[in-house]
Design a protein around this ligand. Structure first.
Ligand SMILES: *Cc1c(COP(=O)(O)O)cnc(C)c1O
Length: 391
């Protein structure tokens, strides 16, 4: 059976050139970069070269890049580390209602410890309004954290405007750029952020390695304490092969970013238009105009997203639902819930996220298979009202 992977927002395959760049750093150049001997020096030089190239890609200074184990650790470090280092100044954090759980859950933990968190609601199309952010600022605000692009519905948030407001008020500004770094331009000078999270496995690099950009002068307590690597900002022996792979992935991204967004957004639009045109009672979630080139998120009225996902998987197509499946019951995703959408559309969304290997044939296959799947599921659904099909 032909298979098509359309879940690149969850993770991407490691690019062959990335794997090749990493291989020597397992059995040949295996020294600990912290060691004083030449084995260590070899590894250290490779890491610093990688750090330099990633810093340049991001428009940052080399000492502003801290390597971590991924987006989750970078986000946790920001929320908990800024709270810890600024608790004498204030106890208020501003974020949005549609952040990744690696932001929201640490915020919930802080709330239990007496911090106050404002979760800015989104306006139409899941965009955070800079005015709302500004209105939420108090004398006790110590951090503003708004994601660059949402991982479920792909909307790109107005970071430059929010960053300008944060700077005006002298409040550290963080963005979770895991979905944009290596896909669309991300430059810390342009978007005026003080802190930024990225993760290698979302851009054809290895899993388990990421970065936290920390602007000069920003005080932040470490999450991990130990051997004081990364200038005391993140202890633990550096993941040398992972860092080399991360740097190679950004190097490849610098090149593919010149053409890939245009190619892939054409495929995205074809899939959106095709699905909305072929299947009744469908609804695109998120704006078209401020959207990642590779993201499609559509609700299929009256059908459970989970059932759609499994039916597509059986036909060799990988996508994801907008909803997180908890142990006992299907729960609507917090991102979809952030806007009042009709009940019958709540658990019915699918996310397709395209990638480098996605071509026209993959799109054609979804368009050939999905209308029949939706129709069949609607026919057997006790909840679906046939009348809704007539609109
Ligand atoms: C994938 C993702 C993360 C988590 O990154 P990991 O490296 O998998 O820990 C955080 N934020 C967003 C927006 C993501 O898409």
């Amino acid at each position: 059976m032909e298979r098509g992977y359309l879940d690149h927002a969850a993770t991407t395959p490691v690019a062959p050139a990335v794997l090749e760049a990493m291989l020597p750093y397992f059995g040949q150049i295996y020294g600990n970069p912290g060691s004083a001997h030449s084995w260590g020096g070899e590894a250290r030089r490779a890491v610093e070269e990688a750090r330099g190239s990633i810093a340049a890609f991001l428009g940052a200074a080399i000492n502003e890049i801290v390597f971590t184990s991924g987006g989750t650790e970078s986000n946790n470090t920001v929320i908990k580390g800024i709270a810890e280092s600024n608790k004498a100044r204030g106890n208020h954090i501003i974020t949005s209602a549609i952040e990744h759980h690696a932001i929201l859950n640490p915020c919930h933990t802080l709330e239990r410890k007496g911090f106050e968190v404002t979760y800015i609601p989104v306006n139409n199309d899941w965009l955070v309004s800079p005015k709302d952010v500004e209105a939420a600022i108090t004398a006790k605000t110590i951090l503003i954290s708004i994601m660059h692009a949402n991982n479920e519905i792909g909307v790109i948030e107005p970071l430059a405007k929010i960053g300008a407001i944060a700077r005006q008020h002298g409040i550290p500004f963080h963005t979770d750029a895991v979905q944009t770094f290596g896909h669309i331009p991300v430059n810390v000078a342009d978007i005026e952020v003080d802190l930024l999270s990225a993760s290698a496995h979302k851009l054809y690099g290895p899993k388990g390695v990421g970065l936290l950009y920390i602007h000069q002068g920003i005080k932040i307590s470490p999450l991990l304490e130990g051997g004081e690597q990364e200038a005391k900002r993140r202890s633990s022996t550096l993941n040398v092969s992972g860092i080399i792979g991360f740097a190679k992935a950004t190097e490849l991204a610098a090149d593919t970013m010149k053409t890939e967004p245009e190619r892939i957004s054409a495929l995205r639009d074809k899939l959106i238009d095709g699905l909305l045109g072929k299947i009744k009672d469908t609804h695109l979630n998120g704006t078209r105009s401020s959207r990642l080139p590779n993201n499609i998120n559509i609700s299929f009225g009256g059908v459970e997203g989970e059932a759609l996902l499994l039916s597509l998987d059986a036909q060799g197509i990988a996508c994801s639902t907008g909803s997180a499946c908890t142990s006992a019951k299907l729960e609507t995703s917090h991102v979809l819930k952030a806007l009042a959408i009709p009940h019958h559309l709540g658990n019915s969304s699918l996310r397709f996220s395209l990638g480098k290997a996605t071509n026209d044939k993959d799109i054609e296959r979804v368009l050939a298979v999905l209308p029949g799947v939706v129709d069949r599921l609607r026919t057997i659904s006790p909840f679906y009202q046939p009348a809704e099909r007539e609109d």
